[in-house]
Design a binder for this molecule. Structure first.
Ligand code: YOG
Length: 138
């Protein structure tokens, strides 16, 4: 069965985030603030439809999509670019391609136990993040 990404996930690790942000042209002051935060992901999945919220004290970001349907993404509050974005599911991996000004841009999510993995790519940089599931009260 395909994985269910739904839930609340807290960041536990973040590798190469600074160089990823540099590849997106984020200024030094913003990068230094962004490195200090540990965002939370809130994912709502129902069938092929997803909402992913990335929440932090610095910025919030929300993206909504249906698998296999390209859409216009505006990375407002992040690097403020427009992309043609397509997300597909391949062997339990949620794979996003963000076509636009930046080459080789996208991200991948997958689940391993209680961990939600995220690889963010731009140009020649890959940032590797891990989030851990927040258990709901019963
Ligand atoms: O996630 O696209 O889950 O959208 C990447 C930040 C930092 C703002 C975050 C705020 C890229 C300043 C979005 C971080 C750097 C730096 C919390 C990752 C840009 C600006 C919002 C992302 C996907 C996959 C869903």
């Amino acid at each position: 069965a395909p994985p269910d990404f739904s839930g609340t996930w807290n960041m536990v690790s973040n590798e190469n985030f600074d160089r990823y942000m540099q590849s997106l042209g984020i200024d030094l002051i913003t990068r230094n603030l962004a490195k200090l935060i540990k965002p939370q992901k809130i994912i709502e999945q129902s069938g092929d439809s997803f909402v992913i919220r990335t929440l932090s004290s610095l910025r919030n970001y929300r993206v909504q999509f249906t698998l296999g349907q390209e859409f216009d993404e505006d990375t407002k509050g992040l690097d403020n670019r427009k992309c043609k974005t397509l997300v597909t599911l391949d062997n339990g991996h949620l794979i996003c391609v963000q076509k636009g000004e930046k080459k080789n841009r996208g991200w991948k999510h997958w689940i391993n136990g209680d961990d939600l993995h995220l690889e963010l790519s731009c140009e020649d940089q890959v940032c590797k993040q891990v989030y851990r599931r927040v258990q709901e009260a019963c």
